[in-house]
Design a protein around this ligand. Structure first.
Ligand code: ADP
Ligand code: GLC
Length: 468
């Protein structure tokens, strides 16, 4: 079975968040199964990976977008070291940028991405059996295949849609219809949701099956999907929940090349202590105090707006008895507030920006990882934390609910109910008790490190979805 993943991100080429980690791992694990060939196509970005690796051009052609002819070039990575075939699509002016997101013309950018890929596939002799579309950026592919005469050769190819984050749907005005490949006018309703073209809605309507990245999140989508709830209910037969795995090859404290000190379950106590000491030394924190960290995008769904209050209240209420460290960027107001707190509290370390190496050091060197998410479709951070023997403190929602069990019911984490600074700080107080309780902290480290979140099981679930 041949599967092609369509995604805006893929680790290690270009990563903004968990989507990259998933697309960089799932195909690798699927390819270990006999008879399965899973590949990835993503945009060409002006990124180090692209310049440091060899690519061969495998296709060139043109697509028409509105009244413009766009040149497309598809190239294939040559090293074979990723564990899957990687294709990049380049379209000068649209798909040759520094970053995946944040451009004024992104609707046009995503449309060209989808159109270009389908044009290439139409010209291919041996085509994939399944197109796996990740998030709304590729959500119009199932519609285009079935309704655009230009792609009639592709009819019948199975399309699977994965919702990594339903908060983003990519809706655009109907004026943008001119930028789509020509389609039978009578089918416009498949694109429409509330008077706008909605790629996520079109994906749910037109794909063969779709899934959310955890069962818990899938259940929530029936009641809460930014206006698409009734659509999910209507399409419920096609809906599945498949929990993300983690790439245990990349995320392994025993071999992780970003870490100064390696460790495993047996040597965790010493290994974590050394990593923590190095991290604390680098940021001027007292390593004797418990270290609570947050890594992530400063966005409402991550509860990032709660962070300033969490930092200030937790440090004040414990009279400086804990350290907090934050790595991330995003909302300007949150950044400014945190910068201010960084001047006020010596127990608080802040690193603004995206730093892959530092994130690994934080997972290894922290005692607790805080996730006050309002919405968390799966969340990978808590699984990385557990793999590195760090206790997750999470709001009980979506994928966090499916992966973290509270210490009170025999799990290795601390959970809390509502996305408020109060609840989060209360959970941190509970965590302090664990930290100060002789033996309990070490026990939780062991519990967390013994969980298996690897991709094997979830890869089989995807395979079943592709095959059914
Ligand atoms: P999301 O995709 O919603 O951002 P996930 O928990 O699925 O959330 O994945 C986030 C991924 O991005 C993890 O690999 C995390 O370590 C990484 N990450 C997030 N912010 C940063 C940052 N500022 N620096 C380095 N890595 C980050
Ligand atoms: C999204 C979600 C996150 C999930 C990731 C990978 O970015 O916000 O919860 O882990 O996709 O599926």
């Amino acid at each position: 079975m041949r599967i092609l993943n369509l995604s805006m991100e893929c680790y290690p080429v270009a990563k903004v968040g968990g989507l990259a980690d998933v697309v960089g791992a799932l195909p690798k694990y699927l390819n270990r199964i006999d008879g399965v060939e899973s590949a990835v196509i993503m945009p060409w970005y002006n990124k180090p990976f692209v310049h440091q690796h060899q690519f061969e051009t495998v296709f060139t052609g043109f697509i028409r977008q509105k009244n413009q002819l766009l040149e497309i070039e598809i190239s294939k990575e040559q090293s074979q070291l990723l564990g899957f075939d990687l294709y990049l699509i380049k379209i000068p002016g649209l798909l040759d940028r520094d970053q995946p997101y944040g451009y004024w013309d992104e609707s046009q950018q995503f449309l060209a991405f989808q159109h270009g890929i389908l044009h290439w596939l139409s010209e291919m002799k041996i085509r994939p059996d399944v197109l796996h579309c990740h998030d709304y950026h590729t959500g119009l592919v199932p519609f285009m295949i079935e309704n655009c005469p230009e792609f009639s050769f592709l009819k019948g190819i199975k399309t699977i849609g994965t919702i990594h984050n339903g908060e983003y749907q990519g809706d655009m005005s109907w004026e943008m219809a001119d930028y789509l490949p020509w389609f039978e006018g009578g089918n416009w309703g498949l694109l429409d949701w509330n008077g706008r073209i909605n790629p996520l809605a079109a994906m749910l309507k037109c794909c063969h099956a779709f899934n959310a990245v955890s069962k818990g999140y899938m259940t929530e989508l029936f009641d809460q999907l930014r206006g698409l709830e009734s659509l999910v209910q209507h399409e419920h037969r096609k809906a599945f929940g498949i929990l993300n795995g983690i790439d245990t090859g990349v995320w392994n404290p025993e071999t992780d090349h970003y870490l100064d000190f390696h460790y495993n379950k047996e040597t965790a106590s010493e290994g974590k202590r050394k990593n923590k000491a190095a991290l604390c030394a680098a940021y001027g924190l007292d390593p004797k105090l418990p270290l609570f960290s947050f890594i992530g995008r400063f966005a409402g769904e991550k509860g990032a707006d709660l962070l300033p209050e969490i930092v200030a209240n937790s440090i004040r209420e414990t009279f400086g008895g804990l350290n907090v460290m934050i790595l991330g960027s995003g909302d300007q107001d949150v950044e400014n507030q945190l910068l201010h707190l960084n001047q006020v509290f010596s127990n608080f370390a802040l690193d603004l920006g995206y730093k892959e190496d530092l994130s690994h050091k934080i997972y290894a060197g922290s005692d607790f990882l805080l996730m006050p998410s309002r919405v968390e479709p799966c969340g990978l951070n808590q699984m990385y934390a557990m793999r590195y023997g760090t206790v997750p403190i999470v709001r009980y929602t979506g994928g966090l609910r499916d992966t973290v069990r509270d210490v009170s019911v025999g799990g290795g984490g601390v959970t809390f109910g509502s996305a408020t600074a109060n609840d989060a700080v209360h959970a941190m107080h509970r965590a302090m008790h664990i930290y100060n309780h002789d033996g309990l902290m070490g026990q939780l480290v062991q519990t967390n490190m013994s969980y298996d979140f690897s991709w094997e099981k979830s890869a089989m679930e995807y395979l079943k979805l592709y095959a059914d």
